[in-house]
Design a protein around this ligand. Structure first.
Ligand SMILES: *Cc1c(COP(=O)(O)O)cnc(C)c1O
Length: 438
């Protein structure tokens, strides 16, 4: 038997090692970010040990006076920043936010439109066959949006046609789930709003990835384009703690509140709510500049990789209008292999299916692509110039086949200079510093 104290010490040592690792890597996972030091402070506060079921001012627990104030500030800031009539800040993640919307706008066996996973859909929108949340948990029948493989977004005409055909066959969709996990370009919400509403389907936009860009007014604004609700994570381009949120209109407020609690959360992670509130305040101040730089960096990185011979998708549209880049890596090795080689060079990316991968007989473990995101490197102060340096590191590993450990040496010395989080009010503590309070 391993002694209890040995495991205890080992766990704490592993946490510390993880922090050292992240001080030394180039973080390019498109769904991650580093919160500001003030958010990390909120996360270890006593808020994380409390319960506050219900709505601020109507709790079923005592001891919530300060919690109520913070949650009310969070709601007010979110309404303002996202220009939303109603916001529920209690869903504890993006998936839970989606489940709230599925509960409000659809019933089991209803039909929902969503992107397929290879075209950028997320597992939470997935069919029952793949264990996706929509299918396996809520019992929805998922129909895929027709996809425009050149424009890398939803095909408007084919989608309209599909809605009409289905409606004629008495198979009206009840919900359209826009958004996704690989969104280099905006989606045609405005163009399809009428077609969906005509058949009485509701429209949700899953902004898990792009909520920070929306907060900074640099991406499409789904509520203005006809969406009935917007779901999101708060830790991807929105640089907060891991949590979720639903934005909507006053007319759906009661249903959303009830679906969230008592439906989908009991505890709603109050330390994270405080962290979201802090991040909202920081986004009000710095969000526009931050979001703009994220997109500039994505386009610069896309261009720099393309010039070095990598097949970055979406070339004709400038590679990206968001934080994300989709790269066909197949001729250099499958996505899983490339992910591993880059990791050995301290460059953290993820393998990703390409839109046509399944048709090519490829599988998510060995897909044809990788996905990169610029939100975290932007957060730690990098600009276009640094994107060129990162592109060169990637090229040396992927194309030149330089041993990853050789490239790693250069990555380590480059990375030393980017240790603080920017676009926040205070950054005395380094972004990835391990904070010991024992
Ligand atoms: C990341 C993601 C989610 C899930 O968010 P969590 O906060 O991890 O639950 C949902 N939808 C999309 C499109 C995502 O990319």
């Amino acid at each position: 038997m391993i002694k209890a104290k040995t495991s205890y010490d080992q766990i704490l040592q592993l946490l510390k090692s993880h922090h050292t690792l992240f001080q030394e890597v180039i973080p390019l996972i498109a769904s991650e970010n580093i919160p500001s030091p003030s958010v990390r402070e909120a996360l270890i506060s006593d808020f994380g040990n409390r319960y506050a079921e219900g709505w601020p001012g109507e709790r079923v627990y005592a001891g919530c006076s300060y919690i109520d104030e913070v949650e009310s500030i969070c709601i007010e800031l979110a309404k303002k920043i996202f220009n939303a009539e109603f916001v529920d800040v209690r869903p504890i993640s993006g998936v839970v936010a989606n489940l709230v919307v599925y509960s409000v706008f659809a019933k089991p066996n209803d039909i929902m439109f969503a992107l397929s996973i290879p075209c950028g859909g997320h597992i939470s929108m997935g069919k029952i066959d793949f264990g996706g949340t929509a299918g396996a948990v809520r019992g929805l029948k998922v129909e895929y949006f027709p996809y425009d493989y050149d424009a890398l977004t939803i095909d408007v005409d084919k989608t309209k046609k599909k809605i009409r055909t289905m409606a004629a066959n008495n198979e009206k969709p009840k919900l359209a789930m826009f958004g996704g996990s690989v969104l280099p370009f905006s989606q045609p919400v405005k163009e399809l709003e009428e077609a969906f509403h005509e058949v009485d389907a509701k429209i949700n936009y899953d902004a898990a990835h792009v909520s920070g860009l929306i907060a900074g007014n640099q991406f499409q604004d789904p509520l203005r384009e006809g969406a009935d609700s917007v779901t999101m994570s708060t830790h991807k381009t929105f640089p907060g703690p891991q949590h979720g949120m639903v934005l909507s209109w006053e007319r759906y407020a009661d249903q959303i509140k009830r679906a969230t609690f008592p439906g989908l959360v009991s505890n709603h992670h109050l330390n994270a709510v405080a962290g979201v509130a802090i991040t909202l305040a920081e986004m009000q101040e710095f969000g526009e500049v931050y979001a703009r730089q994220i997109i500039k960096n994505a386009r610069a990185l896309g261009q720099a990789l393309y010039e070095r011979g990598l097949k970055v998708l979406g070339e004709q549209k400038g590679f990206s209008e968001s934080h994300v880049l989709w790269i066909d890596i197949w001729e250099h090795g499958d996505g899983g292999k490339i992910e591993g080689e880059l990791e050995r060079a301290n460059i953290i990316v993820n393998r990703n299916l390409l839109p046509l991968d399944i048709r090519m007989g490829r599988h998510y473990k060995h897909p044809g692509g990788i996905r990169l995101g610029t939100q975290e490197v932007t957060r730690i102060g990098m600009k276009e110039e640094e994107m060129d340096i990162i592109a060169e590191f990637i090229k040396r590993v992927v194309i030149d086949k330089v041993p990853p450990k050789t490239v790693k040496k250069d990555v380590l010395s480059f990375r030393k200079n980017y240790q603080k989080a920017y676009y926040c009010f205070e950054n005395a503590t380094e972004a990835y510093k391990y904070v010991k309070i024992r």
